[in-house]
Design a protein around this ligand. Structure first.
Ligand code: FDA
Length: 310
């Protein structure tokens, strides 16, 4: 994780429409284009091919159609219908049934009730077909309403839906107690967004310490938690704590992002742990890509070398 200033710099670049247009034109065009490091492709067929490779490595995956913050409810409806088509494509392909999505893609910044309806449309198709649907967590203005939407659908009886908590936010430990009590499945992450000090820890050591505390609470009180990090020290701590508390490796899973620490992904599975890879795809890949750059400056060199090579 990078310091707050660098994170802010990349988040600023992510809002540049000129850069976005340029990247969208060149970023995924060829198999060796720079965007391919972190994004499986623009089309569902490419994502399914990436998923098959992952399954061949004995890992599991979740597919994420990239997109966030639609501008009007017609776009939110289109994104919902696109997700329904993706479910069909996944069913048709025979790969594992697990997707992730962002609620601002379904209209959260515009209207809460429509977003609940859109997520319900997806769950109504997904749940009977055996999918699990993970609702990603976005920046802090959306934390409350995201949890509220997920909890509303949970109260209505949907069970194959879960969400994400970010250890960077002060509020998350309290949210975790509530979600654990309800039995809602949680993916724990550090948090990818630049957040103000009024709501979030600014020091990496504090974010990491909260992550470890929350991991322990998840392993002892949670429902099949996902520990989503590439941090080798935290992964070791998790394994040790779980073993000491009699929590078998089949009662939780590690998760990592497509293109990051493949070595660690394979090593965990070789030792009997579960590992799910988050596989993003789609045309709206630029903000996601910029968040990955913001996490690690070395990635910028990788991208520049890719552009020079052409
Ligand atoms: P940290 O940043 O401390 O990095 C630990 C090590 O991982 C680094 O030393 C490096 O080796 C490697 N690494 C990390 N990032 C890298 C990168 N970009 N490129 C190359 N190497 C890298 N966030 C969020 O706010 N909402 C969400 O819904 C999700 N969803 C999500 C799903 C999954 C499966 C994962 C793994 C992550 C997320 N995240 C997320 C992102 C998360 O919040 C966080 O930004 C990243 O995982 C990076 O943090 P680490 O925990 O890996 O630790």
């Amino acid at each position: 994780m990078l310091d707050a200033a660098s994170k802010a710099f990349f988040h600023g670049l992510a809002r540049s429409t000129a850069l976005k247009r340029l990247a969208s034109r060149y970023g995924l065009r060829k198999p060796n284009s720079f965007g391919r490091r972190f994004i499986a492709g623009e089309r569902i067929e490419e994502a399914i091919a990436a998923a098959r490779d992952i399954e061949a490595r004995r890992l599991t995956f979740t597919l994420d159609l990239l997109g966030e913050s639609v501008g009007n409810l017609a776009e939110a409806d289109a994104a919902t219908r696109e997700y329904l088509r993706i479910l069909d494509a996944i069913i048709g392909s025979g790969i594992g049934r697990n997707v992730s999505l962002k609620l601002t893609q379904l209209g959260l910044a515009l209207d809460r009730a429509t977003t609940v309806d859109n997520l319900r449309r997806i769950l109504d198709k997904a749940e009977p077909a055996g999918f699990f649907v993970r609702v990603d967590m976005e920046d802090s203005p959306f934390t409350d309403v995201t949890l509220d939407v997920v909890e509303t659908l949970w109260q209505q009886g949907y069970r194959q839906v879960g969400t994400v908590l970010q250890s960077a936010l002060y509020r998350s430990e309290k949210d975790l107690s509530r979600l654990n009590a309800l039995g809602i499945r949680v993916r724990l992450v550090k948090g990818a967004y630049k957040e103000p000090r009024t709501v979030a820890y600014q020091r990496k050591a504090d974010v990491d310490a909260a992550f470890v505390r929350m991991t322990k609470a998840l392993l002892t009180e949670g429902n099949y938690p996902a520990i989503a990090t590439h941090d080798p020290v935290i992964i070791e701590t998790t394994k040790r704590f779980a073993a000491e508390h009699g929590v078998g490796p089949d009662r939780y899973e590690f998760q990592m992002l497509y293109g990051i620490r493949r070595d660690l992904q394979t090593a965990l599975v070789d030792r009997g742990y579960r590992l799910r890879v988050y596989v993003p795809f789609g045309r709206e890949w630029f903000p996601y890509f910029m968040r990955r750059l913001g996490e690690r400056p070395a990635n910028v060199g990788f991208v520049l070398r890719g552009i020079v090579r052409g």
